[in-house]
Structure formats: C-alpha cells, structure tokens
Design a protein around this ligand. Structure first.
Ligand code: CAA
Length: 258
C-alpha cells in the first residue's frame, strides 16, 4: 500500500508508522488520518504484527489538527462528518499495543493522538500541549478527558486554559509519559520496547491491554473481577503452559499465540 502522508514498514513483528507531512509539522488532516486508519487496519489483520510504533519527525510528532483544513468549516459540516470521530474510534478499538515515540511538538490533536496510544516514550525535546484555547476552540480528540486522567485536574486545567506547553521532564513527572530518553536514543528505545512486547504471548498482550484500558471505564470492583476472569481464561491457552514451563525449565519461552 502506498501512502502519501505516512512512511510504514514492518519488521520482526513491529509495524513502524511515521507521520510524514514535514511541510506542516505533521498536522493531522483528513488524508493523514484516513491513511493512518488504513495502516492500522493492515496491522490489525496481519498475524505477523504484534505491536505498532507511531512516531513523527525530530521537530514534531504532530503540531495538531490541520488548522488550514479546519478554518473555514461550518458547524453543520463538522457535525455531519463527525470530524475526527472515525479516526479516534479506530485507534481506540485497535487491539494490539501502540507505542508513541514523541520528539518535538505534540500539540492539540498531536498530543491527543499520542494519548490515544498505549504509552508514550518521549525524547528530551518533546513538548506537549493543548493550545486550542488560543484558536478560540477546545480539544476535539479526547484531550480534555485523557490529559485530565493522565496528569490530574490542576495541571490539565492549567495546560488547557492557558494553552502553555509542558516539556518532557514535566510530562514524565505528571505521568503523561512513561520514559524520557535523549533524542538520539528515542527510536532505539521505542523499537526495543516494541520488540519486547512482540516477544510475549500475543494473547496475553491483548488481554493485558484490555484490562488496563478497563481501569478507565469501570469501577474498581468490576475491574478487579474482570481481571480475575481474564487471568483465569489465560490458562486456556498453550502460551500459559509454555510460559510457565519455560520458567521452570530455566529457558526462554517460545510463544505461539495459541
Ligand atoms: N495546522 C496546519 N499547519 C500547521 C500547523 C497546524 N496545526 N502547525 C504548524 N503548521 C504549519 C505552519 O503553518 C507552517 O506552514 P507555512 O510554512 O506554510 O507557513 C509550518 O507548519 C511550520 O510551522 P511554523 O512556521 O509555525 O513553525 P514554528 O517553529 O515557528 O512554530 C509551532 C511551531 C509552535 C508548533 C506552531 O507551528 C504552532 O503553534 N502550530 C499550531 C499548534 C496548534 O495550535 N495546534 C492545535 C491545532 S487545533 C487542534 O488540534 C484541534 C483538536 O484538538 C482536534
């Protein structure tokens, strides 16, 4: 599949998707989001793919939704097309892990796209923000909800109402990103994390992802019950037998996804 706004490659169970609109700091337009959905469909359908890494350039992960594409839109057009709804749902429903590798700007829709991923590894150069207030609008791909859950009310309000940016160190302190690394180590670190995930049982990986996601949607009691049920159900798979046998026999497990 040829993409105009993405560079996509797959190796050793990991699909790397690089946003590629350098002239617009990877601003998210309809074409890019459509191509991203197509690339995710392909990664989901391919049993050889265990994990996705999503990244941008050294200068920008993505500087937001494309303001030039949006600026003349009417309320009726935004509402009827459910602008950004399809892409956001596609990413939310993707069942394999997506690691965001963020360098440079992750602003507005770019920050929201990173937060739609399962975890974020940031370069020291990363800058996160929801500056939509400066444009007279609000975040539209989950920013008010996901940033608040990630960093708490006070920091989220500060970021969203003032439009200020947060650097990588503040993002790590606040819990928005899982690790910060030197910029020249970002891709090695993200690809190594993805390779580690790809070496695990794909069934256990999917269930673990579902369980952590459930923590945002359910009560503690319901989440803990769901966890126990899925934990029990993992004993139905060969991969559980292999994982535990390998531990006992002091060897590396060879998971088959069955
Ligand atoms: N949409 C469209 N084009 C964008 C863009 C965006 N979000 N962000 C940057 N660009 C374009 C610029 O227009 C510029 O293009 P030209 O050379 O054709 O003028 C090019 O990318 C380079 O940008 P700058 O010259 O502005 O680069 P800079 O280094 O001076 O500043 C920046 C970088 C601080 C990120 C600045 O570009 C900026 O503030 N961008 C907008 C950030 C923003 O407001 N994002 C939120 C968008 S709204 C949104 O995302 C809604 C939502 O939640 C769904």
């Amino acid at each position: 599949m040829a993409y105009e706004t993405l560079l996509v490659s797959t190796q050793d169970g990991v699909t790397l998707i690089r946003l590629n609109r350098p002239e617009a700091l990877n601003a998210l337009n309809s074409q890019l989001l459509g191509e991203l959905c197509t690339a995710l469909d392909a990664a989901e359908a391919d049993d050889a793919v265990a994990c996705v890494v999503l990244t941008g350039s050294e200068r920008a992960f993505a500087a937001g939704a494309d303001i030039k594409e949006m600026s003349e839109k009417t309320y009726a057009q935004m509402f009827k097309s459910d602008f950004f709804g399809d892409a956001a749902r596609r990413i939310e429903q993707f069942r394999k892990p997506i690691v965001a590798a963020v360098a440079g700007y992750a602003l507005g829709g770019g920050c929201e796209l990173a937060m739609l991923c399962d975890f974020i590894i940031a370069a020291e150069t990363a800058k996160f923000g929801q500056p939509e207030i400066n444009l007279g609008v609000a975040p539209g791909i989950g920013g008010t909800q996901r940033l608040t859950r990630a960093v708490g009310k006070s920091k989220a309000m500060d970021m969203i109402l003032t439009g200020r940016m947060m650097d990588a160190a503040e993002a790590e302190r606040g819990g928005l990103v899982s690790r910060v690394v030197p910029a020249d180590k970002l891709m090695d670190e993200a690809m190594a994390a993805a390779a580690k995930i790809a070496s695990q049982s794909p069934l256990a990986v999917m269930m673990n992802k579902e369980l952590v996601d459930a923590a945002f949607e359910t009560t503690l009691a319901a989440g803990v019950t769901l966890e126990r049920r899925l934990f029990h159900s993992l004993f139905a798979f060969d991969d559980q037998k292999e994982g535990m046998a390998a531990f006992v026999e002091k060897r590396k497990p060879a998971f088959k996804g069955s």
